[in-house]
Design a protein around this ligand. Structure first.
Ligand code: GLN
Length: 309
């Protein structure tokens, strides 16, 4: 069974919205505090071009950690699997996304996976280009292509707000530099990373990106292979094992969809071979996942039997 109307989706949104009361908007990046806690929106995008949306769909969100999936795809395409995984691991972590703990205890000292901040910073470091601007343009261009929306840009206020306050991420970078995982200027890397996190779009754009991933990297519209098939497979696998931070195990049991969340309250979902999902609900739980967004995905998965397990 497949969702056939926006009205069907709206019912699920109304039900899921009841749980956003308990959540809290991210405040460690000051500009994110402005988000409306009660917002909840969703888009589904199918390979035949059909799409359904419900909720406050005009609202924009910044990608935050969702961008880690895209930068991983670029780094894998630029450098190959062996290079990337010699420097970043492939295992989930039970720690919060911004934790430094395992960098010290994991030997050899490398981030456990590309979906936590330490791993994502190392991955962004690997993206080729002659300047920060050129590397950023490559990330932005891929997002524009995946979503079919050339007007997507980044939110300067959010980027600057994070740049000014990203001392924890700076310390992760210095640790990585000390251990030879990265060798670039830390301020330069933080500049690129905070811009990638501030790329701004809406749920529909996000659902189209999810649809391309669901279809193994091929744009169902243009039939162009935007991400190599093997790379799309790796990205989706990390979405399952690490995409919802240290809640990924429970999420796999309750929902069973490759997904990646961000502290803006966004969630990117890719139902393999079926469709893409974009969600925005800025009220977060204590692990940093959209509380109503997770509930919505659970309802959706149950109603339309979406679990891949
Ligand atoms: N920009 C955020 C950070 O590095 C992204 C983290 C997230 O979305 N979990 O802290």
């Amino acid at each position: 069974m497949q969702c056939r109307s926006a009205d069907e989706l709206q019912l699920l949104v109304d039900e899921a919205k009841k749980s956003s009361n308990n959540g809290k908007v991210a405040d460690y990046i000051p500009a994110l505090q402005k988000a409306n806690k009660d917002t909840l929106s969703i888009s589904l995008f199918y390979p035949d071009g059909n799409c359904f949306s419900a909720g406050d769909i005009k609202e924009n969100l910044t990608l935050q950690s969702i961008s880690k999936v895209i930068t991983l795809a670029i780094a894998l395409s630029d450098r190959g699997e062996e290079y990337v995984f010699n420097r970043v691991g492939q295992e989930p972590t039970g720690d919060p996304f911004n934790s430094i703990a395992k960098l010290e205890t994991n030997k050899p000292s490398k981030p456990l996976n590309p979906m936590i901040n330490a791993g994502a910073l190392a991955v962004t470091h690997m993206i080729k280009g002659s300047s920060v601007n050129e590397r950023f343009e490559r990330i932005l261009k891929l997002i524009q292509k995946l979503s079919g929306n050339e007007s997507i840009s980044y939110n300067k206020e959010v980027a600057q707000s994070e740049f000014k306050t990203a001392d924890l991420n700076r310390s992760l970078c210095y640790f990585l530099k000390q251990h030879g995982v990265i060798d670039e200027d830390v301020e330069q890397l933080i500049d690129l990373y905070t811009r990638q996190c501030a790329i701004e779009l809406n749920c529909l754009d996000l659902s189209r990106i999810g649809c391309v991933l669901a279809m193994d990297g091929k744009d169902p519209y243009t039939e162009k292979q935007l991400i190599p098939r093997s790379v799309a497979r790796i990205c989706k696998t990390f979405m399952v094992t690490c995409g919802m931070y240290n809640a990924s195990g429970e999420f796999a049991i309750k929902v069973g969809i490759p997904a990646k969340s961000g502290v803006s309250g966004g969630i990117l979902g890719a139902v393999p071979g079926r469709f893409g999902i974009g969600i925005y609900g800025p009220a977060l739980d204590e692990k940093g996942n959209s509380i109503a967004g997770m509930k919505l995905l659970k309802l959706l998965s149950e109603k339309y039997s979406l679990s891949m397990f």
